[in-house]
Write a protein that binds this ligand. Structure first.
Ligand code: AMP
Ligand code: MG
Length: 407
């Protein structure tokens, strides 16, 4: 595999494959959490419906439950009102021919009744209910199991749990769910120029913006940030920080110090501490990206330029986290049309920051932001998608379809 000794830059596809394969060997352990703690977590087991959903036939509307065969073909018919059943009722009266029972939505259907006439279509006169012709036998009843039959696959293993999944798990009576532990992430911002936000800048200094951004991206991706450091461009300090991080985290993410400058020590230090899987990818922004193993940790050395840090996190670190969490399905790729021609000045793959909008015909367009400099936060803040401009392609016309990077 390429290392710092082999200056070959690998392509994006190969880099993604290496990350996915390594991360798959770092599946996170499992734990059990309550549904309240489950949003965003990734399920481990297939959950099947333990009984039919809904569990019993019930009224879909407020009205009167009766025998569909008794409905008048023409004119009207009077039904004898013999009781009422509300949702949550623990017993229900029988309904015989010519009789009806008042029901509310969700009420168990009384034995014998197979139809609900909605209350708006019925006229109550004392203990009689008048129904006109035109009602459909079997209407307004939810059959037992019409949503999920007993044994149907409800939530497959490897599902990132969203609100709808939690509703289904609860409907299946499941109060606790087995999920992967959240990845523990250490964030290290490197650079002698860095000053934490809130402190005054000296000459030549800048505030550390990557630290806050990478920690937020990690949390957005379902991780727990267990350590956050700023470290000077000194090999000893960097080594110490990486070793400390490797003790506490599953994934280390650093920014800066991976290019070819005199103060870029991370590749050398990493080579001493672990195994470099790749260093440098034919990609813009993010060419200097470093990916390595240190102890039981995966280590991503992301470039210091804020846009490069953000893009490579979204492309590589998120992919790794999905694999570590055992996410079964990758997000569906989305597409948009470029709304202006574009000339790429280099052959590398490029992730262009762009803003999406839809026209009146429902066609999704992407406006590539004018600020594409990899140090320009404006191009990150004012966009909502990354469009992949593939390796080797240089000229793009208005209307060309581009792939939007998921996540
Ligand atoms: P490097 O990758 O270390 O060569 O840094 C590239 C550029 O990113 C330089 O202009 C750095 O000052 C800037 N940079 C590095 N780390 C950070 C950070 N944590 N926050 C903001 N800018 C940074
Ligand atoms: Mg630096």
């Amino acid at each position: 595999m390429p290392s710092v000794d082999q200056p070959t830059r690998i392509g994006l596809e190969q880099a993604l494959q290496i990350v996915a394969a390594r991360a798959a060997q770092h599946r996170l352990p499992v734990e059990t959490v309550s549904l309240a703690d489950a949003p965003g977590r990734v399920s481990v087991d297939d959950v099947r419906a333990p009984w039919p959903l809904p569990p019993f036939a019930n009224a879909a509307m407020d009205g009167f439950a009766l025998h569909g065969a008794d409905l008048p073909r023409d004119g009207e018919r009077a039904f004898a009102l013999v009781g009422e059943v509300f949702a949550g009722a623990s017993s229900v009266p029988d309904v015989r021919a010519g009789q009806c029972v008042r029901v509310t939505t969700g009420a168990p259907m009384p034995p014998g009744a197979d139809t609900v006439v909605i209350k708006e279509n019925a006229l109550v006169a004392g203990d009689r209910v008048l129904v006109n012709a035109g009602e459909r036998p079997g209407a307004n009843v939810r059959a037992a199991g019409e949503d999920y039959a007993e044994g149907d696959l409800a939530v497959p293993a490897g599902t990132p749990l969203a609100a709808a999944h939690l509703a289904l798990l609860a409907a299946c009576g499941v109060a606790e769910v087995t999920v992967r532990r959240q990845p523990r992430v250490a964030v290290i911002a490197t650079g002698d120029e860095l000053v934490p936000a809130g402190q005054p800048l000296g000459f030549g200094r800048i505030h550390d913006s990557n630290g806050a951004m990478l920690a937020a991206l990690a949390r957005e991706s379902g991780a727990r940030v267990v350590l956050q450091r700023r470290v000077r461009d000194e090999p000893e300090s960097l080594r110490g920080a990486l070793l400390e991080a490797a003790m506490e985290a599953d994934v280390i993410v650093s920014s800066g110090g991976v290019s070819a400058g005199e103060a870029d020590h991370l590749a050398g230090v990493t080579r001493e501490l672990g195994e470099i899987h790749f260093h440098k990818v034919r990609l813009k922004p993010g060419m200097p990206t470093l990916f390595a193993g240190i102890g039981a940790c995966l280590y991503f050395g992301l470039p210091g330029n804020p846009v490069a840090s953000a893009v490579t996190f979204r492309v590589f670190v998120r992919l790794a986290m999905r694999a570590m969490l055992g996410v079964a399905e990758l997000p569906q790729p989305r597409h948009a049309r470029l709304d202006a021609p574009l000339h790429k000045r280099h052959p590398r793959a490029e992730f262009a920051r762009c803003k999406l909008y839809s026209d009146a015909n429902g066609v999704q367009w992407a406006t590539v932001h004018a600020s594409q400099g990899s140090a320009m936060l404006r191009g990150l803040v004012e966009t909502d998608a990354l469009a992949l401009l593939p390796e080797g392609e240089r000229e793009f016309r208005r209307g060309d379809v581009v792939t939007l990077w998921p996540g």
